[in-house]
Design a protein around this ligand. Structure first.
Ligand SMILES: Nc1ncnc2c1ncn2[C@@H]1O[C@H](COP(=O)(O)OP(=O)(O)OP(=O)(O)O)[C@@H](O)[C@H]1O
Length: 877
C-alpha cells in the first residue's frame, strides 16, 4: 500500500469524482488501512522514506558512518570518557554517536537526535512544502494546459517576452479564461527566487487558479497544551516509557560513581602498599625460584632472626589476603555495574520501543483524522489548496509533529533526567565545584544554541525552500519530458536546474559554517568547564577535601551535564518546531483555513420569497425525494462567480429546464461557463443568486450525497485511479457484481477493448489511467457513471476522444438507455462542442459569456444564419 500515492490520487481528483460517487468514506477506510499498515511497520515505499528514514535515523546514520577510530590512549581515562558528547566538535553528530557508546544507553538518543537536528529545523522552515508527491498533480495541470504553457515556455526561452505575453493575451481575449498555472513556467529569476519558491511548491490541482494561491499567512502556533493534547490518548504508554527511561538513565549514571570508587580503592595508600608488596613478592618469587634452581646448596638460614617478629611469609600471606580483598571489592563493583547495565539495557530497549511505537501510533491516528477531515472538505477548498501540499501535510507535517513532539519529548526527558542526576551526584561529591559548573554552563551553552540555532534554522529553511522548488520543477519537467524534447529545451532545463542547485548549495554552505561555529563553541565552553573543574578539583584533592576517585567521577558527571544541557536546548528547539509544523495541521483539522472554507451557512431565497438561512436544512442529511420523483431540473435566474474570483461573473441570470426524458446539449465557446453549470447541479458550488430545483424542490434542501448519487457525472478529464479496470468502474458502487460491471462496460462501449487488455478486467490502468488511451479512459468513466444507475447523466465533453463510429455507437446506446423502461436514466445533459453530439440531442442550449443566448432543436438553430452556433460549428463538420 502506497500512502502518498493513495492520498495524492484521491486529493488530486479534479473532476470531483469522489463527490460525484460519494465514495469518500471508502477511500477514508483505504487511507486508514494504509496508515495502520504503516504503524505495523509495513512501511510502503514513500512512507518508509519519510518515517523510517528519520525514526530509524540512528541506524541509517550509523550504517553510513566510517568505522570508528581506535580508542583514545589509556593515558587519560577522563579524556576518553569525556568523549561522551563533549569532545565532538569535528565529527559533530558522527563523533557523538561513536563516543556515546562509551556512556551506555546514550548512543541511541544521541544518534537519533544528531540526525534529526538539522532535518527537523529545516523541515519546519520548509513549511511542509516538500516537493515529494507534488509533481504528479502539477504535471497533469501542466499537461492540461499543455499547449499554452509550453508555448509560453518556448517563447520565454527564446527571450521574446513580447510574443509570450501576446499568446497569453490572445488566449485571454479569445475565451475570457485566465491562464491557469502560470507559475509552472518560471523565468530564471523567479525560478531562483526563493520567496517565489516557498509559495510555488506543491502540486496544483483542483481546478483552481494557481495565481490566486497567494502565500498564506502562517497560522498562529498552537498552544503547548494543544500540542500535548495530541499525546493524551497515548499517555499510559508514554508514562510506562518514561518509567523505563528513568531506570535506563539511572543505570547509566552509575558508571562515573563506580569509576570513582575503583580509582579510590586502588589509589589509597594501604592499597598501594599491598599492591606494591604483592607485585614485589611475585617478582622476587620468580627470581628466587630461578636462583634455587641454580644455587640450591648455597642457602644459609639466619640463626639470629627474631622468632617473635612475623616472618616474611606471614607478612606476605597477610598482604596476599588484603590483595584478594581488593580484588573482591572491585569484582563486587563490577558485578553491581553489570546488573545495573543489564537492567539499563532492557530499560533502554523498552523505553525506545515504546516511545517509537507510541509515536507512530500517534502519527497514524493523526493522519487518519486529518484525512477524514480533508476528504470531507468541499471542492472550493481543494481549488484553494494544492493537492500535493495537502498530501505533504499528511505525510511530512504529521511526521514532523510526531518526530518533534514525541521523540523530542523523550529526548528532552532523557536529558533532563541525565542533567538532574549529574548535578545531584556532583553536589554529593563537591557542592562548591558543582556550583562552579552548573550555573554558568547552561547559560553559555544555551546562549550558543539559541544564537547559532536561529541562523541555522534560517538558512536551512532557505535552502530547503529552494531545494523543494527545484525538486518540484525537476519532477514537472520529467513528467513533461516529451514537451521538453519537442521544444529542444534540454540544455535550458539543465542550466536552470544547475543554477538553482548552486543557489541551494550556497545556503547549505552557510548552514555548515554556522553549524561548525555552534559545535566549535560548544567544544570550547565544554572543555573550558572541564579544565576549570580539573584545576579546582585538583586543589581540592591536594587539600584532602575530595579523593582522586571523586574528582574522576565528578569530571564524568560534568561531561554528562554538559552534553545534556546542549541536547536540552536542542530538544526545546525541537518542540518549537513541532509547534510550527502543528500550526497548519491544527488549522486543517479545525477547518480554520481562511480560504476555501466549507459551506457552513447558506442564505437562499426561500420558497416564500424571503431569504432564509438554510444551514440547518443543509446539515440535515435526511432530505431525499421519493423513488418515483420527476427528474426535471430547473435552473432559475442563476448568477454565479467562483469564490476564488468573486468579481468575475461566470453565469449571468441563466435559466433553463432539463426535462424528464430528454437529451439536452449545452454548447458555447470555451470558458463560457458550461462546466460550471454541471458543478452547480452537483452542488460543488452554490449559486450567488437564483436556485436550482429538482422536481420543484430547491436542491439545497436535499441531502447532498443523495443528490450527487442521482447525477452520474462524467467529467471533462477522465480521471481513473491506479487500480484495476474492475475497481475503477465499480468505484461508485463497490458492491456491484462482475456481471454488472461488464454490463456497464458494454453499455459504454468499453467491453471489447477491455477484453483485449493483458489481464482484461483485472488490468491495472496505472496512475490517472496512464496505460490506456484517452478514448478508452473516457469509456471506462462513462461505464463507471452508468453503473451507479443515475437518474440524470451529465456528460462533460465525455466523448471528445472517441472516434466517429465509436461515438455514433455510444450515442445510439445512450438513446436506447434513455428510452428503455428497465433503465434508471431519465435525462441526459451533454456539455459538448461536437456537431455530431448536438445533432443527436433533443435540444441545444447555446451559452455565451455566462448567458444563454439561444435554445432550441439543433436543426432549427443550425439553419439560422449568422448566429453563434453557426460560428461555433465552423470547421466542426
Ligand atoms: N475552480 C474555478 N475557480 C475559478 N474560476 C474557474 C474555476 N473553474 C473554471 N473557472 C473559470 O470559469 C469560467 C468558465 O469555466 P467553465 O469550465 O465553466 O467553462 P467551459 O465553458 O466549460 O469551458 P471549456 O469548454 O473550455 O471546458 C472560465 O473563465 C474559467 O477560467
Amino acid at each position: 500500500m502506497n500512502l502518498p500515492r493513495i492520498v495524492g490520487a484521491r486529493i488530486g481528483c479534479r473532476d470531483g469524482g469522489r463527490y460525484a460517487f460519494g465514495a469518500r468514506s471508502s477511500w477514508q477506510r483505504t487511507q486508514s488501512t494504509a496508515a495502520a499498515a504503516t504503524t505495523r511497520g509495513l512501511h510502503a515505499h514513500d512512507v518508509g522514506v519519510h518515517i523510517h528514514a528519520t525514526s530509524n535515523a540512528f541506524h541509517a546514520r550509523a550504517a553510513s558512518l566510517p568505522p570508528p577510530p581506535p580508542p583514545p590512549p589509556p593515558s587519560s581515562a577522563i579524556a576518553s570518557a569525556s568523549d561522551g558528547g563533549l569532545l565532538t566538535s569535528n565529527g559533530r553528530s558522527r563523533a557523538r554517536m561513536r563516543s556515546n557508546h562509551s556512556v551506555g544507553i546514550v548512543s541511541h538518543w544521541h544518534c537519533y537526535h544528531s540526525s534529526s537536528f538539522l532535518s527537523s529545523m529545516a523541515s519546519n522552515n520548509n513549511d511542509g512544502k516538500n516537493s515529494t508527491g507534488l509533481g504528479e498533480d502539477r504535471n497533469s495541470d501542466s499537461n492540461r494546459n499543455g499547449i499554452k504553457d509550453e508555448r509560453n515556455n518556448s517563447e520565454s526561452e527564446s527571450n521574446s517576452n513580447h510574443r509570450n505575453s501576446k499568446i497569453n493575451n490572445d488566449a485571454h481575449e479569445h475565451d475570457g479564461m485566465e491562464p491557469r498555472f502560470q507559475d509552472t513556467e518560471l523565468p530564471t529569476h523567479s525560478f531562483l527566487d526563493t520567496t517565489a519558491a516557498s509559495t510555488a511548491t506543491g502540486g496544483g490541482d483542483g481546478g483552481g487558479d494557481d495565481g490566486n494561491r497567494s502565500e498564506k499567512e502562517p497560522p498562529p502556533h498552537p498552544s503547548v497544551s494543544k500540542m500535548l493534547s495530541l499525546l493524551y490518548p497515548e499517555s499510559k504508554s508514554l508514562l510506562v516509557a518514561l518509567g523505563f527511561l528513568t531506570v535506563a538513565t539511572s543505570a547509566t549514571m552509575q558508571f562515573p560513581n563506580a569509576i570513582g570508587q575503583i580509582i579510590d580503592i586502588l589509589s589509597s595508600s594501604s592499597s598501594t602498599d599491598v599492591i606494591d608488596a604483592v607485585v614485589e613478592a611475585a617478582t622476587s618469587t620468580a627470581s628466587h625460584s630461578s636462583d634455587v634452581a641454580t644455587t640450591n646448596h648455597d642457602v644459609v638460614v639466619d640463626p639470629t632472626r627474631d622468632a617473635a617478629m612475623p616472618s616474611d611469609d606471614d607478612l606476605l600471606a597477610q598482604q596476599l589476603g588484603q590483595h584478594q580483598l581488593l580484588r573482591e571489592q572491585i569484582q563486587t563493583i563490577g558485578l553491581q555495574l553489570t546488573s545495573y547495565f543489564a537492567i539499563g539495557a532492557f530499560a533502554t530497549f523498552a523505553s525506545s520501543a515504546i516511545f517509537d511505537s507510541t509515536g507512530e501510533r500517534i502519527g497514524a491516528d493523526l493522519r487518519k483524522r486529518l484525512f477524514a477531515t480533508l476528504i470531507h472538505r468541499d471542492l472550493n477548498f481543494f481549488a484553494n489548496n494544492r493537492a500535493g501540499e495537502l498530501a505533504n501535510r499528511l505525510s511530512t507535517d504529521v511526521h514532523e509533529v510526531v518526530e518533534h513532539l514525541v521523540h523530542n519529548m523523550a529526548y528532552f526527558l532523557y536529558n533532563l533526567i541525565r542533567a538532574l542526576t549529574a548535578v545531584a551526584s556532583m553536589a554529593v561529591i563537591s557542592p562548591m565545584l558543582t556550583a562552579c559548573i552548573s550555573v554558568p554552563l547552561p547559560v553559555l551553552l544555551g546562549g550558543c544554541a539559541a544564537y547559532y540555532g536561529g541562523h541555522i534554522r534560517h538558512w536551512t529553511g532557505r535552502q530547503l525552500d529552494v531545494l523543494a522548488r527545484s525538486t518540484h520543477v525537476a519532477t514537472e519537467r520529467f513528467g513533461g519530458i516529451s514537451t521538453v524534447l519537442s521544444f529542444g529545451q534540454r540544455r535550458a532545463e539543465q542550466r536552470r536546474y544547475s543554477a538553482v542547485i548552486e543557489a541551494s548549495y550556497g545556503y547549505a554552505r552557510r548552514v555548515a559554517i554556522y553549524e561548525g561555529a555552534f559545535w566549535g563553541s560548544s567544544y570550547l565552553v565544554g572543555h573550558a568547564a572541564l579544565m576549570t573543574i580539573l584545576m579546582l578539583g585538583s586543589h581540592q584533592v591536594l587539600s584532602g577535601e575530595i579523593s582522586p576517585g571523586h574528582l574522576a567521577g565528578f569530571c564524568m558527571y560534568a561531561i554528562h551535564l554538559t552534553d545534556a544541557v546542549v541536547e536540552l536546548s536542542q530538544a526545546t528547539g525541537g518542540f518549537l518546531r513541532a509547534q510550527g509544523s502543528g500550526a497548519r495541521l491544527f488549522d486543517l483539522l479545525e477547518g480554520r483555513d481562511d480560504r476555501g472554507g466549507t459551506t457552513t451557512t447558506i442564505v437562499v431565497d426561500g420558497d416564500d420569497g424571503n431569504d432564509k438561512d438554510l444551514a440547518p436544512l443543509v446539515t440535515n442529511l435526511a432530505a431525499t425525494l421519493p423513488a418515483c420523483y420527476d427528474s426535471t431540473v430547473h435552473f432559475e435566474g442563476i448568477k454565479f462567480s467562483y469564490p476564488t474570483h468573486p468579481n468575475k461573473s461566470i453565469l449571468k441570470d441563466a435559466s433553463f429546464v432539463l426535462k424528464n426524458g430528454e437529451m439536452l446539449a449545452i454548447t458555447g465557446l470555451s470558458g463560457s461557463g458550461k462546466s460550471s453549470i454541471v458543478s452547480l447541479l452537483m452542488r460543488f458550488y452554490e449559486p450567488n443568486t437564483g436556485r436550482i430545483t429538482l422536481d420543484g424542490i430547491d436542491v439545497r434542501r436535499l441531502d447532498v450525497d443523495w443528490l450527487r448519487s442521482q447525477v452520474g457525472l462524467v467529467g471533462q478529464e477522465p480521471i481513473l485511479f491506479d487500480a484495476s479496470v474492475y475497481e475503477n468502474v465499480a468505484y461508485g458502487r463497490p458492491s456491484a457484481t462482475r456481471d454488472e460491471v461488464i454490463e456497464a462496460c458494454i453499455a459504454a462501449g468499453a467491453h471489447r477493448f477491455v477484453l483485449e487488455l493483458p489481464d482484461q478486467y483485472d488490468t491495472i490502468v496505472g496512475g490517472r489511467g496512464a496505460s490506456i488511451s484517452g478514448g478508452q479512459k473516457q469509456r471506462l468513466c462513462i461505464a463507471r457513471a452508468l453503473l451507479t444507475k443515475p437518474r440524470i447523466l451529465a456528460l462533460d465533453e465525455a466523448s471528445s476522444a472517441l472516434d466517429g463510429p465509436t461515438e455514433q455507437d455510444f450515442l445510439h446506446r445512450l438513446r436506447f438507455l434513455l428510452e428503455s423502461k428497465d433503465n434508471n436514466i431519465s435525462s441526459i445533459l451533454f456539455i459538448t462542442h461536437k456537431k455530431s453530439v448536438l445533432r443527436a440531442c433533443d435540444r441545444v442550449l447555446v451559452l455565451s459569456k455566462g448567458k444563454i443566448i439561444e435554445m432550441g432543436e439543433f436543426n432549427s438553430l443550425d439553419n439560422a444564419s449568422g448566429d453563434q452556433l453557426t460560428r461555433l460549428m465552423e470547421g466542426n463538420n
